[in-house]
Design a protein around this ligand. Structure first.
Ligand SMILES: Cc1cc2nc3c(=O)[nH]c(=O)nc-3n(C[C@H](O)[C@H](O)[C@H](O)COP(=O)(O)O)c2cc1C
Length: 227
């Protein structure tokens, strides 16, 4: 990526949900770079993610009791074929897009509820499903930090916690989750593998994919072996 030298971990630290955007258009080269990334991630993750630009209708006049959006004219649409792991994959690969966008100086917010599916300009083929969208653009602010659970609430380790595992869990705690529920748990198994589980909660399977990506980035260069 030529736009910034920001690392993925710095992107994790600087990212916050932004729901209000300026009318500054996204530069063509950034749109192209994001579309190239989408093409390769769709192949890797067996998804049909799309970038929709210059389309304000999906976020226009939505009466909402949860979050308030303004000025949204661009969004990623996360589309895939229903499968047991589709939501987790949407979370993992959608968050790859979020972090790359952050590295480009753009802001984002995951959105499952507060937008209009029917007015969005997304291609959903027969046999596919629109999982959720992610707003994208230049924010009027950079957002602010969310309330963060204690690391003991989201980890299980017998004995001393290795540094890589702690950094992974800390990066996961900075992740966006639906209504900031942070309903996940990472367990370190005796054989060194890690078990990641989503507890009950809204969209917690999407959250699980998101936090697994953050955990891998936080734990690097230690390669995480998932159970
Ligand atoms: C799967 C998912 C769905 C979300 N849906 C919405 C939504 O419909 N409306 C909204 O305003 N925010 C939504 N959010 C954003 C969360 O409220 C936000 O990520 C959380 O409060 C943590 O704040 P942060 O992203 O600034 O760290 C969603 C987040 C996730 C991960």
């Amino acid at each position: 990526m030529t736009f910034s030298a920001m690392t993925l971990l710095e992107a994790i630290e600087q990212r916050h949900s932004v729901r209000s955007y300026t009318d500054q258009p996204i530069e063509e080269e950034k749109i192209k770079a994001l579309n190239d990334l989408i093409t390769s991630l769709n192949l890797e993750g067996n998804l049909n993610m799309q970038l929709v630009t210059d389309e304000p209708r999906a976020f226009g006049n939505v009466l909402t009791h949860y979050g308030a959006f303004s000025g949204v004219a661009n969004y990623f649409a996360l589309v895939g074929k229903p499968a047991p792991d589709m939501h987790e994959r949407a979370g993992y690969y959608g968050e790859r897009l979020v972090l790359e966008a952050q590295r480009m100086g753009l802001n984002t917010c995951w959105v499952a509820l507060t937008y209009s599916k029917s007015r969005s300009r997304v291609s959903v083929a027969a046999g596919e499903k629109l999982v959720c969208v992610i707003s994208l653009g230049y924010g009027t602010t950079q957002g602010h930090s969310h309330r963060i659970k204690g690391i003991d609430k989201v980890t299980k380790v017998n004995g001393e916690m290795p540094d890589w595992f702690r950094s992974g869990a800390q990066a996961a705690l900075l992740a966006p989750t639906a209504v900031n529920q942070q309903q996940f748990c990472f367990t370190l198994n005796a054989d060194g593998t890690v078990c990641a589980r989503a507890k009950m909660g809204f969209y917690s399977k999407i959250d699980l994919g998101i936090v697994k990506l953050h955990f891998e980035i936080g734990a690097a260069p230690h390669p995480v072996k998932w159970q």
